[in-house]
Write a protein that binds this ligand. Structure first.
Ligand SMILES: Cc1cc2nc3c(=O)[nH]c(=O)nc-3n(C[C@H](O)[C@H](O)[C@H](O)COP(=O)(O)OP(=O)(O)OC[C@H]3O[C@@H](n4cnc5c(N)ncnc54)[C@H](O)[C@@H]3O)c2cc1C
Ligand code: FES
Ligand code: FES
Length: 1368
């Protein structure tokens, strides 16, 4: 795509370049020497192109995606590809064209159709990930000669993470650019379509929505599919087609030849770009320890995250001999610098051209490369880089080993030697290369008839994740009479040793044997001897990893047998039910629907309006804290952090930090001008640790320097001596040591639990425990604050990424000893918060304020992803111990519950979180007798904090665990037990609140009908009967979420409304826009109040000097409260205007306002709102903590691979009662986003801490501290079918315009996936005679799923009560 015709013609004339140059968005830029240490991302952001975001710095999130274009002289065409700017060395793009999101379109020039479509489809919430998504699709479209398929589009987004949307709207926005293949959708044939109909991208069903535009008049009941966008033009600007405005490849770069580069960087770093093998070998001889670079995806991570100071870098990406791709008679020759995308393309071509038997290895590589990283990494990462890194979990090395590949190695004298891949790997990241040698190329031989190669990989997440275990397996069979005999074999594994491992004993065993059940059994017996993994082996999951090796071999055996069977006869054919072990995973394009009604109120309320900032977010023009231009004289800060979980600080040596480049200052506890004691509820934290540290990652001091890199460098040089003290590293340890936060024990009671247990009413009693895993917020924008002083420190101002500007203001005034009236905090928008920026942003701002105040210089503190994850706390892990009495029918009669949460080293909000867990411990179940005891555990971890649901999901998950167990005890379906126990209208809860307007039964019944539960149950059972190694499971789960802060005084809100004489309205309120659409909803309410269009209302930012004393934006209640406060202000102004308005008819609102102004009427008002009629008394344990409840129910169907633990969600239907939605499009976005975030919590995201369960991690340290090791859901993890429905016709009398709160309630709906997984596991266990209840912790990762499916491949390693380790 794009208008690039002339490029090819012009490419003939090649010019010798003079300067090192780069084009960015069509603008020529000369690259000065001295920047070899710079990434492209740093450069772009430094020159003001801040649309490209830093989300992780390790290639794991895609927020930094840009498009690189270069002219390929060999192919005579321009190549365009997406890359991660955070891992791209600046000089590596010399002579190329970089297009960033700003170069694609902007709100003045016009939006590109990709941007327009994403904005209109509600695909941008917080917007931080948005530029990355835009650039991934843009690069795909530019590089595709014909429109890509939907599958290709979804595939191209594997390297982009979004934490807000749940991906569905992004897919819907982008699929309009695809070549639609109707047959891909369900079983609807395009032939059955009526005229004017096509397959709707939203619903997957025939409809005529494509003929409508978003401007169509909305009706009362409409689905979002009618808002489909047509990607035609920049029509809203001047009607020209967008290809006319696409930036062309700069003609200068077409004429210009690449030249060798010899440049330098900080600290004497040398950067070379040789263009011939001769020059490369000369450089290698001169610098034997030089690092060779192609994609920099390994070296970049080593230098930036592991801080390995390489001195000489040689970019070999453009050396022709390293870029060969020759298809020969005996195999393929692959240059070491060939990029993985190129390799994949070649393999795909080759399998269509060569005889099938020759390409068995190629097919295995194709499959493996499909799941190798994301597109951006594959576009730059090289084959040689992967081989020579020699990672023990390399996905390709076991395959090179198994396929008899040969490595060609060249030394500095030009001599070439060859070695077999299986002999190349010597130890942990050690290979058979001398310092004067490099890898030249790889030779992959064709496979022979009856030679079979297969790849295997199991990771935490299917897409863009490194393997837990992977493998390459090959057998070469010969037909001897009726038998097939193994003539040669090679089995190699990754992830089970410090290097890619050849299973030598197994290979020896296989050769010469007949291919039958005996060889399978024999190999399964021998294989464990090849895999030696100690109990505390790095990476953990030892039992899982060992059993995976057997599972993989079993799958290989079946696959080979099946391959033979397809052409020839084999004695023992593969039973049909066993084919389930070898059917590979295929993800069909997403099918989704959103069903809601529109209840309009006035001009705007009730309309599915687009997020007010969406059009700025899709162009990268929306500014976040780190994008704010730094004032002159600014400094960057980095934190000095504790490395011990519990210790006395003996001494701090900061001498070398002080002599570090760019150093400007260092500050510790003694330097804090005001109080060093901080905390949101009680002051039990220190801003800078003074005498003791109580967790790894605790802040000891702060360093400021001229650049962020220099600040981090200096902070790393501070040496702290510790005297180590005993640490408490789990809830169990805390309970045993009675390590609780003071005054944090809570009780709730209803009825008489003991009496009930003793009575004969309780026909059965069960006891058990539930471990509930934590979760990292993983907002895409990390914590950031920019602080500056005015009048030499008389005033302090800051811009912060926070959900609670007022808390930041309070913290800063407190640590500086200034009155709050002299401290202002502003927040325009934040790139996601989810609770993680409710209290934990306070210490970031306070820490940055100290040097800013003391030095009178602006200071910015932006946390790197790993530091953010290590220091700022997560969702609390919980431990629940329950005893439940119930009848034979399944009616729960008594619940005795103890719950503990892991607060970490300070109280923060942990008590309120525990309380909410206690409030929600009934989920939706009527229990006559309840006793709940809760306690907040002090542990030596960073303080855990608020996270969407605020303890509610943990309490409800414990409840659903015992409900599920009752069902199994009684051999009934969990859904039946749920229904028997449902609360209803008038139910009195265990804390005394009575349910009013309860819609639980309604949402449940509507869901049950819509998902056809009983029919699906039958289908699933049928599937399970016929499939031994894949099982399906289903579940329906309800929820009831209490709305209000449970701390009464926090239920207050203020807003300031200013009406201007041109008829526009500026609203300021105390809530923060973090993607949830709060500003949009509040603006809609104001627009309807004044009866003006939404476009006349603007919300600029949240600021403590406009609306004071605001509660944090949290508890789902912000729309309820701030919209009500804004409405109050609007009503006041309207009342003042009324006398004028009633005098005559005004042509417009502006005319009326002007008339009021002339009459000296105050057109500004402060509105205020308090949630009425709530309150709870802990002394009695009774009251009304919640204003009302949001109800919902969800259905999920999953499929698991019982041999590997892999799973996917086939269907998820979510039904929510959101009253009369203020903005149904935004609410659907919240439901989808919360569900996918919840899916991460229940099935994907595991925090691994250095504790007694994980001895291979240093005590108290977080191992999973970045996207490389911590896996939030990616696009590939969302349900194949994803349907969201909002209950119709149910106004909520308790909130503004009859709406309901939405932010947190749908989060727990994802537990339907968890219980569906459990249902599938039950079917698997039944195959081996294991029936009845078993424990399953969240997240239900592949490890937990697989190790619960007990069978002959787990038996050698675990007993039937095995319980995988979890940090709790
Ligand atoms: C987000 C992310 C996801 C990833 N996912 C996966 C995955 O799924 N599976 C997987 O296996 N890996 C994965 N990796 C690892 C990595 O991307 C690959 O190993 C990649 O192939 C390395 O290639 P490169 O060109 O970027 O290497 P570089 O970083 O450029 O170089 C790596 C090393 O190879 C050496 N080297 C390069 N070429 C030569 C040569 N010709 N001769 C001698 N030495 C040479 C360099 O000196 C250096 O030590 C991932 C990495 C990231 C950052
Ligand atoms: S910031 Fe580059 S991939 Fe995350
Ligand atoms: S919109 Fe994607 S991370 Fe927020």
């Amino acid at each position: 795509m794009g208008s690039l015709k002339k490029e090819e013609e012009m490419g003939q004339i090649a010019e010798e370049p003079k300067d090192a140059i780069l084009y960015v968005n069509g603008v020529r830029r000369v690259l000065p020497d001295g920047f070899a240490h710079f990434t492209l991302l740093e450069y772009l952001r430094d020159v003001g192109l801040t649309g490209t975001k830093l989300g992780c710095g390790e290639g794991g999130c895609g927020a930094c995606t840009v498009m690189i274009s270069l002219y390929d002289r060999k192919m005579k065409k321009c190549m365009h590809y997406a890359v991660n700017a955070c891992l791209t060395p600046l000089y590596s793009v010399e002579g190329m064209h970089v297009i960033t999101v700003e170069g694609v379109g902007n709100h003045k020039r016009g939006l590109h159709p990709i941007q327009e479509s994403l904005a209109r489809s509600h695909g941008s919430q917080c917007g931080f990930c948005t530029p990355g998504f835009i650039m991934s699709l843009h690069a795909l479209l530019r590089s595709s000669e014909t429109p890509p398929t939907e599958e290709k589009i979804e595939e191209s987004l594997a390297g982009n993470l979004c934490r807000c949307t749940g991906y569905r709207p992004i897919v819907d926005a982008f699929r309009v650019f695809s070549k639609t293949n109707d047959a891909l959708y369900s079983d609807i044939s395009s032939l059955s379509l009526q005229e004017g109909e096509f397959i709707c991208p939203s619903t997957g069903k025939p409809c005529s929505c494509g003929s409508k535009t978003v401007n169509d008049v909305v009706t009362d009941d409409q689905s979002i599919c009618s808002t489909r966008y047509k990607p035609l033009s920049y029509s809203e600007v001047d009607g020209s087609t967008y290809t006319d405005k696409e930036l062309i490849f700069p003609p200068e770069l077409l004429r210009r030849k690449l030249s060798p580069l010899n440049l330098s960087g900080l600290g004497g770093l040398k950067w070379y770009r040789p263009l011939t093998i001769k020059d490369l070998l000369e450089l290698k001889e001169k610098y034997p320890t030089a690092k060779l670079l192609v994609g920099n995806t390994e070296v970049g991570v080593e230098m930036r995250l592991k801080r390995i100071p390489y001195q000489v870098l040689i970019s070999v990406a453009h050396v022709p001999e390293l870029n060969i791709l020759n298809v020969k008679d005996d195999g393929i020759e692959i240059g070491a610098a060939v990029r993985l995308t190129e390799l994949l393309n070649l393999f795909r071509e080759v399998v269509t051209q060569r005889p099938a038997y020759e390409t068995s290895a190629c097919k295995a590589f194709i499959e493996q490369l499909k799941w190798f990283a994301g597109t951006q990494i594959r576009n730059v990462a090289s084959v040689g880089g992967n081989v020579c890194t020699a990672s023990p979990i390399s996905d390709l090395n076991p395959l090179w080993m198994a396929t008899r590949a040969k490595f060609l190695i060249i030394n500095c004298n030009g001599n070439i030697r060859t070695t077999l891949a299986e002999n190349f790997f010597l130890g942990y990241r050690k290979v058979d290369l001398n310092s004067n040698e490099i890898l030249l190329s790889i030779f992959l031989p064709w496979t022979r008839p009856f030679e079979y190669v297969k790849e295997f990989k199991q990771a935490h997440r299917r897409d863009d994740d490194i393997a837990i275990v992977n493998a390459g397996m090959r057998v070469y069979l010969e037909e001897k009479g009726e038998e097939w005999v193994v003539s040669d074999a090679s089995v190699a594994f990754g992830g089970v040793a410090p290097l890619s491992l050849c299973a030598i004993k197994t290979n020896e065993f296989l050769i010469g044997k007949e291919w039958n059940q005996n060889v399978l059994q024999g190999a399964l017996n021998v294989l464990p001897a090849d895999i030696v993994l100690k109990e505390d082996a790095p990476g953990g999951m030892v039992e899982f990893r060992r059993s995976l090796t057997l599972s993989f071999f079993f799958k290989f055996f079946l696959w080979v047998s099946h391959q033979i069977e397809e052409n020839k006869s084999i004695k023992e054919s593969v039973p049909l039910s066993h084919l389930s072990a070898i059917n590979s995973f295929h993800r069909p394009p997403l099918v989704a629907s959103q069903d809601y009604e529109i209840r309009k109120h006035g001009t705007s309320v009730g309309s599915p309006e687009v997020h007010l900032s969406a059009r700025l977010q899709v162009t990268g023009e929306a500014e976040y804290t780190d994008d704010t231009p730094m004032p002159p004289n600014s400094l960057h800060a980095a934190l000095v952090l504790s490395k011990k979980p519990h210790a006395r600080i003996l001494s701090i040596d900061d001498l070398s930090a002080k002599s570090s480049p760019g150093f400007a200052g260092i500050f510790f506890a003694k330097d804090v001008p005001g109080s060093n004691k901080i905390g949101p509820v009680v002051l039990d934290e220190e801003l800078f640790a003074s005498e003791f540290v109580t967790c790894v990652g605790q802040v000891i001091g702060i360093v400021v320097a001229d650049t962020h890199e220099n600040a981090k460098l200096a902070a790393g040089k501070v040496h702290v001596e510790y005297e180590e003290l005993p640490a408490i590293l789990s809830i169990e340890e805390a309970v045993s040591a009675k390590s609780f936060h003071p005054n944090s024990q809570k009780f709730m009671r209803k009825g008489d639990v003991d009496l009930c247990f003793q009575s004969d009413q309780c026909e059965k009693i069960i006891e058990g425990r539930v471990e509930v895993g934590g979760q990292e917020h993983f907002y895409l924008e990390t914590h950031s604050s920019l602080v500056w002083t005015m009048d030499c420190g008389n005033e302090v101002h800051m811009i912060s990424s926070t959900q609670a500007p007022q808390k930041n203001q309070k913290y800063v005034s407190h640590v500086l000893g200034l009155p709050m009236s002299k401290v202002v905090c502003k927040t325009k928008r934040i790139g996601g918060g989810f609770g993680g920026k409710e209290t934990r942003s306070g210490f970031i701002a306070a820490a940055a304020a100290v040097p800013s105040y003391l030095m009178n210089r602006p200071v910015k503190l932006t946390l790197d992803r790993d530091i953010d994850m290590i220091t700022s706390g997560q969702r609390h892990s919980f431990l629940g111990k329950y005893k439940v009495g119930f009848t034979k029918k399944g009616k729960a009669l008594a619940l005795d519950l103890e719950i503990y949460n892991n607060a970490g080293n300070s109280l923060d909000l942990s008590l309120a979180i525990l309380e909410r867990a206690m409030f929600h411990s009934d989920n939706v179940y009527e229990i006559p007798n309840v006793r709940i005891f809760g306690s907040v555990c002090f542990t030596n971890f960073p303080s855990n904090t608020a996270f969407r649901g605020f303890g509610g999901p943990q309490g409800m998950l414990i409840a659903e665990n015992w409900i599920h167990r009752i069902a199994l005890e009684l051999k009934k379906s969990p859904e039946e037990i749920r229904e028997i126990n449902f609360q209803g209208e008038g139910s009195i809860l265990h804390y005394g609140q009575q349910l009013e307007h309860c819609t639980l039964a309604q949402v449940w019944n509507e869901l049950k009908v819509s998902c056809d539960f009983l029919k699906v149950r039958e289908e699933v059972d049928e599937f399970n009967l016929h499939n031994r190694w894949k099982k399906r499971g289903i579940a329906m789960v309800p929820t009831k979420f209490g709305i209000s802060f449970t701390t009464k005084f926090m239920n207050q809100a203020g807003a300031l409304v200013n009406v201007y004489t041109d008829g526009t309205v500026l609203v300021s309120h105390g809530g923060v826009e973090m993607g949830q659409g709060l500003h949009t909803k509040v603006a809609q309410v104001a627009a309807s109040a004044f009866n003006i269009p939404l476009s006349s209302v603007f919300i600029s930012e949240t600021s403590t000097d406009k609306v004071p004393n605001a509660s944090p934006t949290a508890a789902s209640a912000s729309s309820d409260m701030y919209a009500a406060a804004a409405l109050d202000a609007c009503e006041q102004i309207k009342a003042r205007m009324e006398p004028i308005a009633s005098q005559r008819n005004f042509g417009s609102f502006a005319e009326l306002v002007s008339a009021c102004y002339m009459e000296r009427i105050d057109l500004s008002a402060h509105g205020f709102y308090i949630t009425p009629d709530i309150g709870f008394d802990w002394s009695t344990g009774k009251g009304k903590p919640f204003s009302y409840y949001t109800y919902g129910a969800a259905f999920a169907e999953v499929e698991i691979d019982t041999l590997t633990g892999d799973f996917h969600t086939r269907t998820a239907n979510v039904f929510m009662d959101l009253g009369y939605s203020l903005n149904p499009a935004i609410d659907v976005g919240q439901v989808e986003g919360a569900f996918i975030q919840g899916l991460g919590w229940v099935a994907l995201e595991e925090l691994k801490w250095g504790d007694a369960s994980h001895k291979w991690i240093r005590p108290g340290c977080l191992y999973t501290c970045g996207p490389g090791s911590y896996k939030i859901p990616s696009l590939n993890d969302i349900p194949f079918k994803f349907n969201v429905s909002l209950l119709k016709g149910n106004p909520n009398v308790k909130a503004i315009h009859s709406s309901k709160a939405v932010g947190e309630p749908p989060f727990f709906m994802a537990s339907s996936v968890f219980f569906a997984i459990k249902d599938a596991i039950l079917a698997a266990r039944a195959e081996t005679g294991h029936t009845g209840w078993f424990p399953l912790d969240n997240p239900a990762t592949p490890e937990r799923i697989r190790m619960s499916c007990l069978d002959e491949f787990t038996a050698p390693f675990i007993s039937s009560d095995f319980h995988p380790k979890l940090s709790v």
